[in-house]
Design a protein around this ligand. Structure first.
Ligand SMILES: Cc1cc2nc3c(=O)[nH]c(=O)nc-3n(C[C@H](O)[C@H](O)[C@H](O)COP(=O)(O)OP(=O)(O)OC[C@H]3O[C@@H](n4cnc5c(N)ncnc54)[C@H](O)[C@@H]3O)c2cc1C
Length: 417
């Protein structure tokens, strides 16, 4: 494995950076593996890493149709938090938060984990009551939460529009341990760590079909030939419905585009993550100085990995209502990613009715923060063929048994979650 140290940085800077080796091997597909993970996003790579490191699985491959980091793991707005309310969700996302807190030591890679705080603003008395309830639920589960009044928020961010005619700020719910993590470094860090434990990471290898015999998976057809495996994990995020359709299964998932935006670099303006409670808008500042923000989903279903103009207008309206000084900043870049929106807004980590075929998806627009816990729980499920205790609730059959985990209370309307 390529190792990094102060010495290696100094040595390479003196010889024109000609000695760096690839961070992970460009593996060619073998004819068979014990376990194949489809999707080289954060979840697939984390799964492969924990399969090899924690569960001792030796013959594991990750198949990625494009390049590592080209999906949502490298397109999100980098926010991590565990400020959920429902019993199934809080322990799972808190486990993820704890894994983030130790991730860089675990994988020996700088993912720029920054616990700069996540502040959700409220704009009415009813919303403040709802936040108090959520904060209490978090604290009962041992998760940090603080309810701030309007003046406490003003001390933190005096430039917000506190007296906006329609959406005055009443206060906020703060999770100080929440924050940001550099998204593509998470992909690279997990890829490097998985590779160092012997996982084959195979890029430009699209899965185009499944071989299923007597109700059990025996391998996958790919653009680089057939690969045999009796255990296949699907972790393809926005392409979940497409890939599972190759196995003849229809998932309770819709795909929608979500966009992100980055402005020109500015001096430090905003030192945490702030979310607008009267619309869909969230903002932070990257270490390079750009303001990073996002907002609503596109209402239409799509598999296109690109954005569109009406949503840009909608997101900028939200930003202006919260932080009018944004109007003077230039947006440099924007992009879109495909969201795997489940019918209750919560994820699925489960077996399927096809023996040896496991599914991980339905992350909606909150799956980045779940990456470590999702990888660990999916690896547990695939290796032991039984769910991790903290992921038992994320069953596929909950939509037929009525055990939906409707965190936002939006019902089966993915575009509203
Ligand atoms: C604009 C935006 C902002 C977001 N902001 C946040 C945020 O602030 N916080 C948060 O927690 N979450 C956020 N998310 C959501 C989060 O990024 C996703 O939920 C999460 O990254 C999905 O898991 P992944 O990393 O495995 O997905 P991906 O990186 O998309 O990985 C899936 C991979 O599967 C591959 N694939 C698909 N089909 C095939 C096939 N047939 N064969 C082989 N490979 C295939 C794809 O190429 C892709 O690389 C955001 C998402 C977007 C787009």
């Amino acid at each position: 494995m390529q190792s990094y140290s102060l010495f290696s940085v100094l040595r390479e800077s003196l010889r024109g950076h000609t000695g760096w080796r690839p961070t992970w091997r460009d593996a060619a597909p073998k004819t068979a593996y014990d376990i194949v993970v489809i999707g080289g996003g954060g979840h697939g790579l984390a799964t492969a890493y924990y399969l090899a490191k924690k569960f001792g699985e030796a013959r594991v491959a990750v198949l990625e149709k494009g390049w590592i980091g080209g999906g949502n793991v490298g397109r999100n707005t980098t926010i991590v938090r565990s400020n959920y309310m429902l019993p199934g969700n809080i322990p799972f996302y808190e486990m993820s938060m704890k894994l983030w807190e130790n991730l860089e030591q675990d994988i020996n890679y700088n993912a720029m984990v920054s616990q700069r705080g996540v502040l959700n603003l409220c704009h009415s008395d009813a919303q403040r009551d709802a936040f108090a309830r959520r904060g209490n639920a978090m604290r009962i589960h041992g998760v940090d939460a603080e309810l701030l009044d309007r003046e406490a928020v003003r001390r933190m961010y005096p430039f917000l529009d506190f007296d906006n005619g329609r959406f005055p700020i009443h206060g906020g719910l703060l999770q100080r341990r929440g924050g940001t993590v550099r998204h593509d470094a998470v992909a690279w860090g997990y890829a490097r760590a998985a590779d160092s434990h012997g996982v084959d990471i195979i890029q430009n290898c699209e899965v185009t079909g499944f071989r299923i015999q007597n109700g059990a998976v025996t391998g996958v057809e790919t653009t680089r030939g057939f690969i045999a495996s009796r255990k296949v994990g699907v972790a393809v995020a926005g392409n979940s419905s497409r890939v599972m359709a190759l196995a003849g299964r229809h998932m309770p998932i819709e795909s929608h585009v979500l966009q992100a935006f980055v402005t020109e670099g500015l001096k430090p303006v905003i030192d945490g993550v702030v979310t607008f409670g009267a619309g869909h808008f969230y903002i932070s500042q990257s270490d390079k100085g750009g303001l990073v923000f996002g907002g609503d989903l596109d209402g239409y279903n799509s598999y296109a990995q690109r954005g569109n103009l009406p949503v840009i207008e909608d997101v900028c309206e939200g930003g202006m209502a919260l932080m009018p000084r944004l109007g003077r900043v230039r947006i440099l870049r924007s992009w879109g990613g495909i969201m795997d929106m489940s019918m209750d807004g919560s994820p699925i980590i489960d077996r399927t009715d096809i023996a040896g075929l496991y599914f991980n998806g339905g992350w909606c627009y909150g799956g980045f923060k779940a990456t470590p816990a999702s990888g660990l729980c999916f690896a547990h499920l695939i290796s032991r063929d039984e769910p991790h205790p903290l992921a038992r609730v994320y069953r596929l059959d909950r939509f037929t048994t009525g055990h939906a985990i409707d965190e936002k209370g939006m019902g089966p309307h993915p575009n509203l979650h």
